[in-house]
Design a protein around this ligand. Structure first.
Ligand SMILES: [Ca+2]
Ligand SMILES: [Ca+2]
Ligand SMILES: [Ca+2]
Length: 322
């Protein structure tokens, strides 16, 4: 059966439009549900600081859309101001070995003492941190969730934002600080990786949907562009930045030969007062890469427009063959 030409053109346009990808808009709610994220990293070790809903990083999910990096780390964070520290390597330069604050001979801002506790801390080769997002929740006058956004390798303090959910440990705030960060936290997970020092149940880790969800404008992290890859190293540290758990993303891939379940200050689970002795290149306690990367590619929206334009030309071509 041959369709009348006008009808054929109409069908051509309709099929082209139907075939165009539909963009899922991220909902900032502390959950990956319905957001069409890509899985970037999965936890491989059970949590050393897990008591049902204390501290665990199950998986990292991300996508970049509209010049915003959307990043969700599923899991839990204890409500005792333990730190979820997310180091970002998004531009050239930065620090592979972290230095102290400028007050003590280093290059970093003195915000909440993190730099002094990290002086000497070394990332895997190839990771040179430019920014640090430090997130925590707990009770002072009441429940609150705080975030500090630091530059790394220069003394600029970007911003500290307290009680971003207005008297709550969890919630969503689409516009935190002058950088316009979107932050949402849902601490309701009770599944995922178990407590212990063995291999994690990775299927259980992938199945967790809730945790910390971030919307980071690329302009806030040095404006990386198409073709650039943003490296991210996330880890849970103690309240004073001085005792590292075993929960990293990219995760620690391997055994813990010292029989400990957390890295502590020396990689062997000992409290030393700082984490400056930690070297993530040391395969005794940090095998694998403790970072993952998200690369910036042309957006589906622009590809879809190109596709639609091509389809429109094809449809018009049909008409011209009349
Ligand atoms: Ca979401
Ligand atoms: Ca860098
Ligand atoms: Ca490593």
């Amino acid at each position: 059966m041959r369709l009348p030409l006008n009808l054929a053109i109409l069908v051509c346009f309709a099929v082209s439009i139907a075939a165009a990808p539909v963009l899922a808009v991220v909902t900032l709610d502390g959950s990956i549900a319905g957001d069409d994220y890509s899985l970037e990293s999965v936890q491989t070790v059970e949590s050393g600081l897990n008591n049902t809903t204390d501290n665990e990083l199950n998986a990292a999910w991300a996508k970049i859309e509209g010049n915003v990096l959307y990043l969700t780390l599923t899991g839990n964070l204890a409500s005792n101001f333990n730190k979820l520290n997310i180091f970002i390597d998004s531009v050239a330069g930065g620090e592979n070995t972290l230095t102290n604050s400028t007050d003590f001979g280093g290059n970093n801002p003195s915000t909440d003492g993190w730099a002094g506790k990290h002086a000497g801390f070394t990332f895997d080769r190839g990771f040179e941190a430019d920014y640090l997002l430090s997130l925590r929740n707990g009770f002072i006058a009441g429940p609150q969730f705080d975030v500090t956004f630091n530059s790394v390798g220069n003394a600029t303090v970007i911003e500290t934002s307290s009680d971003i959910f207005g008297g709550s440990l969890a919630g969503a705030n689409p516009n935190v600080g002058a950088s316009g960060l979107g932050i949402a936290f849902d601490n309701s997970n009770v599944a995922g990786v178990a407590a212990g020092d063995g291999p994690a149940n990775q299927a259980a880790a992938i199945a967790v949907q809730t945790g910390l969800e971030l919307a980071i404008p690329l302009a806030a992290i040095g404006s990386p562009g198409i073709g650039d890859c943003i490296k991210i190293s996330a880890m849970i540290n103690g309240t004073n930045h001085d005792y590292l758990s075993n929960q990293f993303l990219g995760s620690i891939d391997g055994e813990f030969p010292y029989g400990q379940i957390n890295l502590g200050g020396d990689g062997e689970g000992t409290f030393t007062g700082t984490v400056g002795q930690i070297n993530l290149n040391d395969n005794d306690y940090a095998s694998g890469l403790q970072y993952f990367q998200v690369c910036i590619v042309p957006e589906p929206s622009s590809l879809a427009l190109v596709g639609l334009a091509a389809a429109a030309f094809a449809c018009i071509g049909l008409r011209r063959r009349k």
